[in-house]
Ligand binder design. Structure first.
Ligand code: ATP
Length: 207
């Protein structure tokens, strides 16, 4: 990310269903450049994706489905509880995620960049690499309700996903800025507008 070394950047994170995508899109509408690391990771394993050849070579053609995409269900069950296989998959994906993220950042034309990183706290490699960390936070009950509704999951399934993620406390501990997203959607735009104005001023000062 050399040419972006001086650019003002924000790492946006939050737990499952906290509202990261909703908040990021509002920043995008105001003119921030969005770089979504989950979307970048997903792109690597679609047909023709940059990770497909390496996955076929390492894991075998059985892990590539008829469309040419990685067989997600098969890979998920293969790496579940198999740390060696999971590390091998990560060794393929992580460098590509890093390079594609850097490329997207270099191509960004907005006044500043928002990296959407669901596992920013968990990954360890992101903390300290952006000018600021913005956490989208909400009450756990609100989070559970949203994900149950959106994904048609049972409460215990959502709780299991949340238990595997960083705690709300750990996330808030690294936050420079926090957007509380407990209320309806109408509450968000003024919060985002205020932070956007602040980020523009900081980007100006940094540039
Ligand atoms: P994930 O980590 O699962 O991708 P996310 O943090 O990106 O989730 P969103 O997809 O933005 O979260 O929001 C989760 C769900 O909650 C969506 O269905 C979204 O429409 C809804 N939602 C988000 N914020 C609010 C809000 N303030 N009021 C009502 N619904 C909301």
């Amino acid at each position: 990310m050399t040419s972006n070394a001086q650019r003002f950047t924000v790492g946006l994170t939050g737990g499952i269903g906290s509202g990261k995508t909703t908040v990021a899109n509002l920043f995008g509408e105001l003119g921030a450049s969005l770089v979504d690391t989950d979307a970048i990771a997903h792109e690597l394993t679609v047909p023709g994706g940059l990770a497909i050849d390496a996955i076929r070579e390492r894991f075998g053609a059985g892990f590539i489905d008829a469309s040419g995409a990685m067989d997600r269900a098969r890979m998920r069950s293969h790496v579940f509880g198999n740390a060696g296989a999971r590390h091998e998959l990560e060794a393929i994906l992580h460098p590509l995620i890093r390079s594609q993220t850097a490329r997207a950042a270099e191509a960004a034309t907005g006044a500043y960049i928002i990296f959407v990183v669901p596992l920013l706290v968990e990954s360890g490699t992101w903390v300290g690499r952006t000018s600021r960390v913005l956490v989208v936070d909400c009450e756990e009950e609100v989070q559970i309700g949203r994900v149950m509704r959106r994904n048609g999951l049972q409460r215990h399934e959502v709780e299991a996903i949340m238990a595997a993620q960083a705690s709300r406390f750990a996330r808030l501990a690294v936050a420079d800025d926090v957007i509380e997203n407990n209320d309806g959607n109408a509450a968000l735009p003024p919060l985002v507008q205020a932070l956007h104005a602040r980020y523009l001023a900081l980007a100006d000062a940094a540039g």
